[in-house]
Design a protein. Sequence first.
Length: 325
Amino acid sequence: MSMRGYTVAAIVAMAGLVCPGDRDVWAQNYPTRPVRIVTAEAGGGHDFISRLTARGMTDHLGQQFVVDNRGAASGAIAAETVAKATPDGYTLLLHGAPVWLLPYLRSNVAHDPIRDFAPITWATNSPNVLVVNPSVPVKSVSELIALAKARPGTLNYVASTIGGASHLAAELFKAMATVDIVRVTYKGTGPALSDLIGGHVQLMFGTGGAVTPHVKSGKLRAIAVTSAEPSALMPGLPTVASAGLPGYVSVTISGFMAPSRTPASLVRMLNQEILRVITNPVAKEQLFNSGIEVVASTPERFAETIKSEMARMGKVIKDAGIKSD
């Protein structure tokens, strides 16, 4: 999943952006009215990315881009809203894995992740951090795996949302390491962290923003980061893959999509404009300070990523028998 070596110029070139004349036509005719960016509930990472992008698009294109918060983090309502929208560029979706993994988790999903959307750009990554209570006698991934194998079924991990990033990161770890660690589900990250700090549960794949203050205070011990490569968000911390579980990658992906049948030239124009906003140094710093890394991809790369993640994580969900109905 690494985007190392990509430059914005290369991404723009790979996107096959429209010729200047065609771009001038779009600049004159789009947008002529407000554009909605549909996303999850207010206050989360997707909401933050949406609002930052909306401000930048509004400033540059001279028309209001407004954030429309629809439903919870599962993405079901937001995805259905955009899937049914007119494919004219005036209703966009900013979301992540819940949109393309929900069909594996529920039996009554109204949208098809491939059929109903036109990917615009893989916008950002947010790696998780594997942390343990300091009472757990491990300081590395390999030591954690050895302990879990020696004591099957005795280590508990935190999950605050069934099918969420933290839950799936742990299930992928279980599957790849062939260990038996037990899920304890909480209604929210706050209660989960409280019990982890209190020693009632032993480990968690948490967001950097949630766990970093407790790591710095010594209440939790950080073991590894879940991205493919070391993350500047957690300097000095090895990856899970390099520290004992080769091939392991689990990150929270966020990306922009339009309804299917949106004209390809408009998708490319939107790709260019969104990249202009999120790769701006000021925006990148704001995102970084919130625990979010900018990726910025072509529509084609985002489409490929969605398909590969559906195959990879869909198998984890099926094998673990995870359902959120």
